[in-house]
Design a protein around this ligand. Structure first.
Ligand code: PLZ
Length: 463
């Protein structure tokens, strides 16, 4: 390590690597992980980057594409995380990289609020056409998921003239002040960062694995409790929006119990409450549908998207009923960079690629293969309490054998094992005891299977 650290540019790769799908789709370990260049890079990082910004796997990335990430030491890792459900079309996908380069060469920014351009409108047209429901829609573009959620709340409050917002146990909606209030988990998202925005209320989530009355009753009972709470403690007539992830992401890939979403939608419609689906993690083919609401035939009034929308460029959106979206006065929504032209060009190329290569169907098909493997792991391991999720958004929840007591320590050990073996995995869950799988939708099936072999080894080694 010392000889590497002493060189003038310790983190520069020997030669520029091509990224994108042309990268060899293999797992290859050239050094231990993290290797000497990555370790030197992290010394440099520690001196420059705020400690509050963590990293799960401290390598130095130099290239990525398809289903692999390559580091400065020449290791090629299997990517089962997609940068947290972002590079659904694969990293540096050629049509996306080309669209970005062309747009950057034409113009990089004018601000849509000052002098508008076509890409922004084209992205809104795509969102209006592809999100659930055939009613007339409008969209507005922003930079991050949290910003989209904040704007959905602004729009819902403005359109209804009401202020209360209802969210769920285990919810995750972002790290800004309002979205911290909407997010459930204290550590690490909220601890020490208050006070939080007011008029936000949390109701029970239908978490089948942990529902006291059993998984079958979770949907109906949680919906009844949530509705009772809204009626008696908040007042339905005060509620602007019920905001929910149709499959919870950071909370642990919780698929709501049967009937839960439908009952809430119905209640919302009866009481003039807007039903807002946060599809920031579930959107753009991830779950084997364009949007996760489609699995349950749910049509939200507003929907927030980000992550998978633009192949890795920062872009987010709120899409919804025209009369709701258009209720806001001219100039009431915006932001300097919202709908940046380069990000919009990436989004158009990403959406075309999802369509062209049938990636939604691919997510469903590979999701079936993933479920088969996870079920087999669970059958052989009484520390796997639950297998859940849809498409290429699935997870295992680890518990102490014979109980439902969360086993976050084992999740840490499983992740450490897979990372050392060259497979990028992520954790999740309110109790930190979930291992989640979010491979790019373009990952080769062999590579996915090899990644899962390593996960199976990690489970065996930590039993
Ligand atoms: N809503 C459903 O999943 C982001 C968070 C990573 P931003 N999830 C990843 C982290 O630890 O910060 C997310 C989400 C849902 C909103 C967001 C927020 O999206 O683009 O991170 O702001």
């Amino acid at each position: 390590m010392t000889d590497v650290a002493a060189s003038p540019a310790p983190s520069a790769p020997a030669a520029p690597l091509p990224g994108g799908p042309s990268l060899p789709q293999v797992r290859r370990l050239a050094t231990e992980i993290p290797g000497p260049r990555s370790r030197a890079f992290h010394e440099r990082r520690r001196a420059a980057v705020a400690a509050g910004v963590g990293s799960g796997l401290p390598i130095e990335v130099v290239a990525a594409g398809g289903g692999v990430i390559v580091d400065a030491d020449g290791n090629s890792l299997i990517d089962l995380g997609s940068g947290i459900a972002v590079v659904n079309v694969g990293n540096a996908a050629a049509p996306v990289a080309r669209a970005v380069a062309e747009q950057a060469a034409a113009f990089t920014h004018t601000c849509f609020m000052v002098t508008p351009y076509e890409g922004y409108v084209a992205v809104c047209e795509q969102l209006n056409a592809r999100t659930p429901g055939d009613h007339e829609k409008r969209s507005a573009l922003f930079n991050s998921g949290a910003e989209a959620v904040e704007n959905a709340v602004k729009i819902a409050r403005h359109a209804t003239g009401r202020s209360a917002i209802v969210v769920m146990d285990h919810a995750y909606h972002g790290r800004t002040n309002l979205t911290m209030a909407l997010t459930a988990k204290s550590m690490p998202y909220k601890a020490g960062f208050g006070p939080f925005a007011p008029d936000v209320y949390r109701v029970p989530m239908a978490y089948p694995y942990r529902w006291p009355g059993g998984a079958e009753r979770a949907g109906a009972e949680a919906a009844a409790q949530a509705i009772d709470h809204i009626r008696t403690e908040i007042g339905a007539e005060r509620v602007a929006a019920v905001l929910i992830e149709p499959i919870q992401g950071e909370g642990g890939f919780i698929v709501p119990g049967e009937g839960y979403l439908g009952a809430l939608v119905e209640f919302c419609h009866e009481h003039g409450i807007l039903f807002v689906a946060d599809e920031i993690q579930t959107g753009f083919g991830r779950t084997g549908r364009w949007f996760a609401c489609e699995h349950e035939g749910i049509v939200p009034d507003l929907i927030t998207t980000a992550k998978g929308i633009a192949g890795g460029l920062p872009l987010a959106a709120v899409t919804g009923r025209a009369e709701v979206m258009d209720a806001v006065h001219v100039g009431g929504l915006g932001g300097t960079y919202g709908g940046n032209p380069v990000a919009c060009a990436a989004a158009i190329a990403t959406i075309e690629l999802i369509e062209r290569d049938g990636l939604v169907g691919r997510a469903e098909r590979l999701g079936g293969a993933l479920r088969t493997r996870l079920d087999a792991m669970a059958a052989a391991d009484d520390g796997i309490g639950d297998v859940r999720g849809r498409g290429l958004m699935q997870a295992i929840e680890l518990v102490r054998p014979g109980t439902t007591e969360p086993d976050a320590d084992r999740v840490k050990a499983v992740l450490a094992h897979t990372h050392a073996a060259g497979v990028v995995t992520l954790s999740a869950g309110t109790y930190g005891n979930v291992v989640r799988f979010l491979p790019p939708l373009v990952i080769g099936e062999d590579l996915l299977q090899e990644g899962l072999d390593v996960v199976a080894d990690a489970l065996a080694a930590t039993r």
